[in-house]
Design a protein around this ligand. Structure first.
Ligand SMILES: C[S@@+](CC[C@H](N)C(=O)[O-])C[C@H]1O[C@@H](n2cnc3c(N)ncnc32)[C@H](O)[C@@H]1O
Length: 195
């Protein structure tokens, strides 16, 4: 299983944004939408063995986490606008203490980064994608993997402290600073080639 956790520092946690304004009013939701697409889409199919978590920290009702499960996903299309619409529908759901389903393969909860990693650390190795980490080409991967990355901003000190708690390895994907969705594509490619 491959998992991606993307921290949306300003991403809207209410569904009152316009689909035409995901870059502005929705707090750079566009970055997260592209990450969803990179997590799941192959040329003519979806990766079913992937889960993506959008940890949304902006707007008026934080925190919220959207969980996308490849095995159950339906209605996900490659265009950002339709993914934005699925996200907006999820954000419009009433969420209490328990995770709730929004549409097939999409769930929403009140989890923050710490809650998400606490759950995942039980079943998965946590890897922090960081520009000054160990070169991915020197790293051996085994088993269930969770990759954590920032949106258009790097993780802050508090978020890094959470990763430290779970002994996350820092891994660098290459010599440059890449967009978050491109990082996910690179990770997939790196792991695909090793399988
Ligand atoms: C667009 S970058 C964040 C901002 C970027 N550091 C800058 O100064 O413009 C988004 C995230 O992708 C990941 N990332 C980007 N380049 C990377 C690299 N070369 N190796 C590992 N992770 C990378 C990091 O998690 C980063 O927080």
């Amino acid at each position: 299983m491959r998992r991606f956790v993307i921290v949306g520092h300003r991403a809207s946690t209410t569904g009152d944004f316009k689909l035409d304004d995901v870059c502005g009013g929705a707090g750079r939701l566009d970055v997260l939408l592209r990450c969803v697409n990179s997590s799941f889409f192959l040329s003519h199919s979806l990766r079913r063995d992937v889960e993506a978590f959008l940890v949304m920290k902006g707007g008026e009702d934080p925190p919220k986490t959207l969980r996308f499960v490849g095995d159950g996903l339906r209605y996900l299309n490659p265009d950002e606008r339709s993914t934005a619409s699925l996200v907006r529908n999820a954000l419009l759901r009433k969420v209490g203490d328990e995770e709730v389903g929004s549409s097939p393969g999409i769930f929403i909860s009140r989890m923050d980064l710490g809650d998400v990693l606490e759950k995942l650390a039980e079943v998965s190795e946590i890897i922090y994608l960081k520009e000054d980490g160990e070169d991915v080409r020197d790293v051996t991967f085994d088993g269930d993997l969770t990759f954590v990355l920032g949106d258009d901003r790097d993780l802050d000190e508090d978020e890094e402290a959470i990763l430290k708690k779970y002994s996350a390895r820092s891994v660098r994907l290459g010599p440059l600073s890449y967009h978050s969705d491109h990082c996910i594509t690179i990770v997939h490619n790196e792991l695909d080639r090793r399988q």
